[in-house]
Design a binder for this molecule. Structure first.
Ligand code: URA
Ligand code: CA
Length: 440
């Protein structure tokens, strides 16, 4: 097979065979297919798309480009969750321990934050001592002991994705739905879980700007899961405003501790999205028969403190100082030099927000990275004081900035004002949740 013929085939809108896709991934990973040919293929895929079968073959070929984690010696249905990246998205630190407290087995590999979105690993590391790089046997031991472990991706997981993603980044092909779906699913399949709940974000702070694209991505990932023999469901949720009020590493751990301590109200978006994700996980893990039973179980584990206890145990086994995982001590992790109020300059209603700008504001204060080499300050970030739909008066606090380094303070403040859209009349407020895509 000459690879140029395969490129032309895709450019003509034809369906590639399993062998053609497998040889492409093998050839590109080994280096026998050069970047310029792969770039051309990626552009052909962006323009012509892929069938669910092609995307599945692609995801599985990528998965087999490196190590594949075997969790089969752990008890029960192994559960994983994944979010396509958001601002103030603290769901993993809430739902993973809650599901474990309900008897689930949660084994998850997470990533770091880049740009305006946060990463679970950075949040975990904001608790002193926590080590997110763990050998596979230790990872499994933690899951056996507590039912939940969240660590960093092991070294050689899906090298094909690393190489292709880097190329997509510089060839304008990141936004292809089949390429996103196979990239995400290759890593989820390689991580070894039996059942995976995906949270596909849509809105200004998300990869998928429109609901239509978010549902298309959700459906394709569910199809890939099904064809690859895993249970996958996907929820589509809003990223037009930060999910939680806190944006920043220790600040988000603190909000997770607050939620698990019963201090976040049930009508809060962060609470609700955790219920939706947790319910899916419990149902896929055969631990609850329906949504009502699942929610009841999850709420019980908040009320009796057992979800918080799981989080504490997990931090301890990761080497972290678990004494901080306590509603009376967690504030010590967010001690900063100054807390600065950003106040409304007008009366009106918060009709919408741009989550991306809020994420960027926190990043510029030191909570996130602009480049891979940047070092994060665990304590800094911001806490939003308003939600979409709220009425505000001039002088009301929109956000509290947690600041150690004032270098970018002015720019961060400006981003908050740009991000929060205040109108005289209350406009239409987007819901937090749009729907669930299941294999049925
Ligand atoms: N996240 C991924 O892992 N891959 C993509 O292509 C997009 C988002
Ligand atoms: Ca504004």
């Amino acid at each position: 097979m000459r690879f140029v013929d395969v490129i032309e085939k895709k450019a003509d809108g034809l369906v590639l065979s399993d062998e053609e896709i497998q040889e492409m991934i093998q050839g590109y990973t080994e280096g026998s297919i050069p970047d310029y040919q792969m770039s051309s293929m990626l552009m052909a895929i962006l323009q012509q798309g892929m069938t669910a079968q092609e995307a599945t073959t692609l995801a599985m070929a990528m998965m087999h480009s490196g190590d594949v984690v075997d969790l089969s010696d752990l008890p029960g249905v192994k559960l994983d969750k994944h979010s396509t990246g958001g601002v103030g998205d603290t769901t993993t630190l809430v739902v993973a321990p809650l599901v474990a407290a309900c008897g689930g087995t949660v084994a998850k590999m997470s990533g770091r934050g880049l740009g305006h979105t946060g990463g679970t690993l950075d949040k975990l590391e904001s608790v002193p001592g926590t080590c997110i790089e763990q050998p596979m046997d230790v990872f499994k031991d933690i899951v056996r002991k507590t039912g939940v472990a969240v660590i960093g991706q092991t070294g050689n997981l899906v090298p094909a994705d690393k190489k292709i993603y880097a190329l997509r980044d510089v060839t304008g092909t990141v936004r292809s739905i089949p390429l996103i779906a196979s990239s995400i699913m290759s890593k989820k399949l390689a991580s070894g879980a039996d059942a995976i709940v995906l949270d596909v974000k849509t809105g200004s702070g998300a990869f998928m700007r429109t609901k239509e694209d978010a549902f298309a991505l959700a459906k394709l990932m569910v199809d890939i899961g099904k064809l690859a023999g895993r249970r996958v469901s996907a929820v589509v949720t809003d990223m037009n405003q930060p999910l939680g009020l806190s944006v920043g590493n220790a600040l988000e751990v603190r909000e997770a501790v607050q939620l698990l301590s019963g201090e976040v109200s049930e009508d809060d978006p962060l609470f609700e999205v955790n219920m939706i994700l947790g319910s899916q996980m419990l149902q896929m893990g055969n631990l609850a028969k329906d949504d009502a039973e699942a929610r009841k179980m999850l709420k019980e584990k908040i009320a009796d403190g057992s979800g918080l206890l799981k989080l504490k145990e997990m931090f301890k086994l990761l080497g972290g100082d678990d004494s901080y995982i306590d509603i009376n001590k967690i504030d010590e992790l967010v001690k900063v030099e100054q807390v600065i109020d950003v106040c409304s300059k007008e009366d009106g209603f918060v009709t919408s927000m741009e989550a991306e700008k809020i994420g960027t504001a926190a990043q510029m204060l030191g909570a996130g990275r602009a480049t891979k080499e940047d070092v994060v300050d665990p304590a800094v970030g911001l806490i939003m004081q308003v939600r979409c739909g709220d009425q505000v008066k001039k002088g009301d606090v929109l956000a509290k900035l947690y600041v150690n380094d004032t270098k970018n303070l002015e720019e961060s403040t400006k981003l908050i004002y740009d991000a929060v859209h205040i109108t005289k009349e209350l406009g239409e407020v987007e819901p937090m949740f749009y729907g669930i895509v299941t294999p049925e």
